[in-house]
Design a protein around this ligand. Structure first.
Ligand SMILES: Cc1cc2nc3c(=O)[nH]c(=O)nc-3n(C[C@H](O)[C@H](O)[C@H](O)COP(=O)(O)OP(=O)(O)OC[C@H]3O[C@@H](n4cnc5c(N)ncnc54)[C@H](O)[C@@H]3O)c2cc1C
Ligand code: FES
Ligand code: FES
Length: 476
C-alpha cells in the first residue's frame, strides 16, 4: 500500500505499477481538472502540485506533469490539484488573478497553469515573483488560445491577493505531512507478489540491494520522465518495478572539498544551487533541460543510467571527468563515466546493480569550463548537439583539453582528435579554429529528424570556435 495526502485527506491505495497520477485523479477520484493533452510531459495540461518535506522539515512545492508521474511515487507526499486550491468559496490568489486578468479562454490549459503558478506562489511564500521566475515556472505550460500576456499579468499580480486561509489544505500540509514522511517505519509491499505486475518500494539501500539480488533484471523507477512514456506511449508495464523514491540515501549531495557527489535520485531542481555554485556553465544550461516540471521529477541518475546519446548531462559529466559508483548486494565499484556508456543506450550496469552516486571533480582555478546546447527551441527541447569543454590552462598555454559531445554518435563521446589539436597550443583564437577542423575526424553523426549529419558537424566545429572566441575575449 502507499499512503499520501490528497487535497486535505490522507489516502491509502494499492501500489499499482501502471497507474499514473493523472489516470488515478481522473478515473479513481473523478478530479478531472487536470487534463490529458500530450501524455508525454510536453504540454503542462496535466500539472498538479506535489509537496514533499525535507529532513529539516521544510516543505517543497513542485509542479509536476501528472501524466507521466507514477502514483506510487507519491508515497509519503502531499498532492494538491486545482480542486484543492480554493477553500470555503475563496479562490486561491492564483485563481483569482487568472480570473481578474482574463487569463483563460477555452480553459483546457488553465488548471495546469494555475498549478504551476500556485507551486511558484507557495515556493515564494506568497511574495512577488520576478519575470525570470515566472517564465521558468511556466516553461512547461502551453496555452493555445489566451495568449501569454494576460497569463503573465496574473502571475505578476497573484501575490497582491489575500493568502489562502489557515484551514485550506495547502496551508495545512506542513502539519499533515509531519505525520508520515521519512519517519514511517520500514515496510514492504506484501501484496505486490500476488498481483500480475510487481512493484516494490524499498526504503533503504540495503533493502534495494536485497530486492535486486532477488530480481536482478527489475526495472528501477527514478523520476519516471523517461520511463513514464513507456506507460503512456507504449502501453507497457515493467515487471517487477522497483520505485526508488523512498531511498533517502540516494538524494544526498556531498562536497568533500575535491569532488561534489550527487546521489542518483537528486533531481535537476535539487541540484540547481550546487551546479550554479560549483559548475556555473552547467547551471546555465539547466533551464534548457526540459521544463521546470520535468526538472522537478527528472533525476541526474536517471539521465545517466538511461544512457541516451542525447541525454544532456552525459557529455557534461564526461568533460568533467566524473566517476560513477555502482552498487549491488555483491559490492561497490567505481568507474570513469567514460567507460560507463558501452553502446547505443547501453551501459556498464550489470544485472542486480544500481547507480548510486555520480562523483564530479571540482574545477581548479586553472580550469575553464563551458557547455553549449543547440536545439530547435530554447526550452523543453531535446538537444541537436550538446558540447561541454574543460580546458586546463597554464601560462596562456592549453595544457589539457576534454571536449565531449552529445548528439554526434551512438553514445556521448569525446572529441579526441580535436582535444589533441588544442593541447599544447597557445590560448589564441587560431588554435581553436585549427582544432575545429578535426571535428569531422572525431565524429560520424547520423541524419535524423532533428538535423542532418552535415549540420551537426558544422555546429560542433562552430562551437569549438565559439569557445575560442569566448575564452580569448575576441569579438566574432
Ligand atoms: C518533456 C520532456 C522533456 C525532456 N527534456 C530533456 C532534455 O532537455 N534533456 C535531457 O537530457 N533529457 C530530457 N528529457 C528526458 C528525461 O527527463 C531525463 O533523461 C531525466 O534525467 C531522466 O531521469 P528520471 O529520473 O526521470 O529517469 P527514469 O525515467 O525514472 O529512468 C530512466 C532510466 O534510468 C534507469 N534508472 C534510473 N535511476 C537509476 C539508478 N539509480 N540506477 C540504475 N538505473 C536507473 C531507469 O530504469 C530507466 O531505464 C525529457 C523528458 C521529457 C518527458
Ligand atoms: S498531458 Fe501534456 S504534459 Fe501531461
Ligand atoms: S485557454 Fe485555451 S489552451 Fe489556454
Amino acid at each position: 500500500m502507499i499512503r499520501f495526502h490528497l487535497n486535505g485527506q490522507w489516502l491509502e491505495e494499492s501500489a499499482d505499477p501502471s497507474m499514473t497520477v493523472l489516470r488515478y485523479l481522473r478515473t479513481r477520484q473523478t478530479l478531472c481538472a487536470a487534463k490529458e493533452g500530450c501524455a508525454s510531459g510536453d504540454c503542462g495540461a496535466c500539472c498538479v502540485i506535489m509537496v514533499d518535506q525535507d529532513e529539516q522539515g521544510a516543505l517543497h512545492y513542485k509542479a509536476i506533469n501528472s501524466c507521466i508521474a507514477l502514483l506510487a511515487s507519491l508515497d509519503g507526499k502531499g498532492l494538491i490539484t486545482v480542486e484543492g486550491l480554493s477553500h470555503d468559496d475563496q479562490l486561491h490568489p492564483v485563481q483569482q488573478a487568472i480570473v481578474d486578468c482574463h487569463a483563460s479562454q477555452c480553459g483546457f490549459c488553465t488548471p495546469g497553469i494555475v498549478a504551476s503558478l500556485a507551486a511558484l506562489y507557495h515556493s515564494k511564500e506568497g511574495k512577488a515573483a520576478n519575470d525570470d521566475e515566472i517564465l521558468v515556472a511556466l516553461s512547461g505550460n502551453l496555452c493555445r488560445c489566451t495568449g501569454y500576456r494576460p497569463i503573465l499579468d496574473a502571475a505578476r499580480t497573484m501575490h497582491q491577493y489575500p493568502p489562502p486561509p489557515e484551514s485550506a489544505p495547502i496551508t495545512q500540509l506542513k502539519q499533515l505531512l509531519k505525520q508520515t514522511q521519512w519517519s514511517t517505519p520500514a515496510r514492504s509491499d506484501d501484496s505486490a507478489e500476488n498481483r500480475k505486475h510487481r512493484l516494490f518500494l524499498p526504503e533503504t539501500e540495503h533493502q534495494l540491494q536485497a530486492l535486486l539480488a532477488d530480481y536482478p533484471d527489475a526495472c528501477l523507477w527514478a523520476g519516471g520522465t523517461d520511463l513514464g512514456l513507456t506507460i503512456t506511449q507504449s502501453m507497457e508495464t515493467a515487471d517487477p518495478l522497483i520505485c526508488l523514491h523512498r531511498v533517502r540515501n540516494l538524494y544526498r549531495i556531498t562536497d568533500d572539498g575535491n569532488t561534489v557527489q550527487f546521489g542518483a535520485m537528486v533531481t535537476y531542481s535539487q541540484a540547481e544551487p550546487w551546479l550554479n555554485a560549483c559548475f556555473p556553465a552547467f547551471g546555465r544550461i539547466l533551464p534548457r533541460i526540459g521544463s521546470r516540471q520535468i526538472r522537478n521529477l527528472g533525476t541526474l541518475g536517471g539521465n545517466v543510467a538511461n544512457g541516451s546519446p542525447i541525454g544532456d548531462t552525459l557529455p557534461v559529466f564526461l568533460a568533467l571527468d566524473a566517476q560513477v559508483r555502482l552498487v549491488s548486494a555483491g559490492g561497490t565499484r567505481e568507474l570513469a563515466i567514460e567507460t560507463f556508456f558501452t553502446g547505443y543506450r547501453q551501459t556498464a550496469l550489470r544485472p542486480g546493480e544500481y547507480l548510486q552516486t555520480i562523483i564530479v571533480p571540482k574545477l581548479s582555478t586553472e580550469q575553464w569550463f563551458t557547455v553549449y546546447k543547440v536545439s530547435k527551441r530554447r526550452e523543453d527541447d531535446i538537444s541537436t548537439v550538446l558540447m561541454a569543454l574543460r580546458l586546463d590552462i597554464d601560462d596562456s598555454i592549453i595544457q589539457n583539453a576534454r571536449i565531449a559531445c552529445g548528439g554526434m554518435a551512438a553514445t556521448p563521446l569525446r572529441a579526441r582528435r580535436t582535444e589533441a589539436a588544442l593541447t599544447g597550443q597557445p590560448l589564441m583564437l587560431a588554435s581553436f579554429e585549427q582544432a575545429a577542423t578535426r571535428i569531422p575526424r572525431d565524429f560520424t553523426p547520423m541524419d535524423d529528424v532533428r538535423a542532418t549529419a552535415a549540420y551537426r558537424l558544422r555546429v560542433a566545429a562552430n562551437l569549438v570556435i565559439r569557445a575560442g572566441l569566448e575564452i580569448t575575449g575576441t569579438s566574432p
